[in-house]
Design a protein around this ligand. Structure first.
Ligand SMILES: C[S@@+](CC[C@H](N)C(=O)[O-])C[C@H]1O[C@@H](n2cnc3c(N)ncnc32)[C@H](O)[C@@H]1O
Length: 254
C-alpha cells in the first residue's frame, strides 16, 4: 500500500486513541509488518485475520487460491451431491482455505493444517468450524477419514533456500517464524515431503496445487512427475507468482 493509505489504515486501527497510534507507529518504524499491526490483510477480496508472528499472506499466493478455487468448483461440478474435500496444508493464517470456503459453495468441506501452534490458533479465526484446523507435521495433522478423499490439496509450504533467508526484507526475516520461510538447502525439503505423501491423501480425481518460485518450478514439477502426477506450471508475471498443479491420471478437470 502507499504511505498515505498506510497512514489512514493505522489511524483507523488506533480508533482515535493517541496512545494506541503512537504504539502502532513505533512498532511500524521498528520494522513490524503492517498487517499484524492492523490485525488483518486483504486477500482475494477477503479480510483475513493476521496475528503477530504468523506468515502474512502474500499477493502472489492469490494465484494458488484462485487455481485451487477453480479446482474446487470443477470438482463440485463433477460430483453429484457428494461433499468436496479441500485441504490448505501449511496454512499459516488459513487465507487460502478461507477463500475456498467463502467462494467454493456450500458443498466444500475445508480443512487446514500447520505445525506452528500460533498459525493454527490464527487460522481457527479464519476457517469454520475451527475444529477443521489441525496442528501437526504435514499429513500427520489430518484426520484419518480424509485419507484418499482429498479432492483439492493446496500447499504453500516454505520454499526459501536457507542461505537466501538472510537476503529477505527484515519484515519477513525478523517478524515471521523461521519455520514459515526455511525450505532447507535447496528450498525444496518440505515440498519433497508434501509431494511424496500426496497420493495417499488425494481422491481418485484429486488435484495437488503447490506454490513455488519461478526458478524452482522445473524442480517442483519434476518432484510431481516422480510421484506419478501430471505436472503443469502456471505463472503470473504481474504478481511474480508461480504454482505447479499436479493431476492424477484420472483427473478430468482443470
Ligand atoms: C510460507 S508459509 C505459508 C502460509 C500460508 N499457506 C500462506 O500462504 O499465507 C508456510 C507455513 O508452513 C508451516 N509449516 C512449516 N513446516 C511445516 C510442517 N512440517 N508441517 C506443517 N506446516 C509447516 C509454517 O508454520 C507456515 O505457516
Amino acid at each position: 500500500v502507499f504511505a498515505e493509505e498506510e497512514a489512514q489504515l493505522l489511524l483507523g486501527a488506533a480508533a482515535g486513541s493517541a496512545e494506541e497510534l503512537e504504539r502502532l507507529v513505533v512498532a511500524r518504524v521498528g520494522g513490524m509488518p503492517l498487517e499484524p499491526l492492523l490485525g488483518w490483510a486483504e486477500f482475494c477480496g477477503l479480510r483475513i485475520v493476521v496475528e503477530p508472528g504468523v506468515f502474512v499472506p502474500r499477493r502472489r499466493t492469490e494465484l494458488l487460491a484462485e487455481c485451487a478455487l477453480e479446482a474446487v468448483r470443477s470438482s463440485v461440478h463433477a460430483t453429484a451431491g457428494d461433499a468436496v474435500a479441500a485441504v490448505d496444508l501449511c496454512c499459516g493464517t488459513g487465507a487460502v482455505g478461507a477463500v475456498l470456503q467463502a467462494r467454493g459453495g456450500g458443498r466444500v468441506e475445508v480443512h487446514a493444517a500447520d505445525l506452528d501452534a500460533a498459525a493454527v490458533a490464527n487460522a481457527r479465526r479464519n476457517i469454520r468450524p475451527p475444529e477443521n484446523v489441525h496442528e501437526g507435521d504435514l499429513y500427520d495433522a489430518l484426520p484419518e477419514r480424509l485419507r484418499g478423499r482429498v479432492d483439492v490439496l493446496a500447499v504453500n509450504a516454505p520454499y526459501v533456500p536457507t542461505a537466501a533467508i538472510a537476503t529477505m526484507p527484515p519484515e519477513a526475516r525478523d517478524h515471521e517464524a523461521a519455520m514459515a520461510l526455511d525450505g532447507g538447502d535447496d528450498g525444496l525439503d518440505i515440498q519433497r515431503r508434501v509431494v511424496a505423501g500426496a497420493s495417499g491423501w488425494l481422491s481418485p480425481r484429486g488435484v495437488l496445487l503447490i506454490e513455488t518460485s519461478e526458478e524452482q518450478s522445473p524442480l517442483t514439477a519434476a518432484l510431481l512427475r516422480e510421484a506419478g502426477l501430471l505436472p503443469e506450471i502456471r505463472r503470473d508475471d504481474d504478481r511474480d507468482a508461480t504454482i505447479v498443479i499436479g493431476r492424477t491420471g484420472t483427473t478430468q478437470f482443470l
